[in-house]
Design a protein around this ligand. Structure first.
Ligand code: SF4
Ligand code: SF4
Length: 136
């Protein structure tokens, strides 16, 4: 299964366009909305993960978005940890809305699922040890 995480920026006139409908119906893409900030009449942002068995279908969907005037950028930043210094306090998990960061029994140790991370950067300031950084 091919997957791609992208950041979509909508100009104000496109914020009410049924983007996800077209991507699903016309391009057969599975869509996971990782983050959304859309106010009708203002610039909007969506972070999506697009999947399909055929990478070309994903590219066709992205080409469609660009043609409509949507700015499409890859999620190119990533979160990095200085893991040996982690004290597994859980502060970062409390602000991680995508559940990329978790602490669970029986180990009670921090786990990071990079696939779920939307690079919102909330955990960077939440860590009292200052060991979470954004890498470009
Ligand atoms: S940047 Fe941090 S808080 Fe945001 S999704 Fe990724 S791991 Fe979670
Ligand atoms: S907030 Fe920092 S020290 Fe605490 S669990 Fe997260 S990475 Fe580790």
């Amino acid at each position: 299964m091919a997957k791609r995480k992208v950041v979509l920026t909508f100009p104000p006139e496109l914020t009410e366009m049924p983007i996800t409908y077209h991507l699903v119906k016309d391009y057969d893409l599975a869509i996971n909305i990782l983050k959304a900030k859309i106010t009708p009449g203002e610039e909007g942002k969506l972070v999506l993960e697009l999947s399909n068995g055929d990478e070309k279908r994903i590219q066709a969907g992205i080409d469609f978005l660009k043609k409509q005037g949507v700015i499409v950028e890859p999620v190119s930043k990533e979160i990095v940890f200085n893991e040996p210094e982690c004290v597994h306090c859980g502060s970062c998990t409390a602000v991680c809305r995508s559940n990329a960061l978790s602490i669970a029994p029986p180990e009670w140790k921090l786990k990071f699922d990079k696939e779920l991370c939307i690079v919102c950067e909330s955990c960077v300031t939440a860590c009292p040890m200052g060991i979470i950084k954004v890498s470009f």
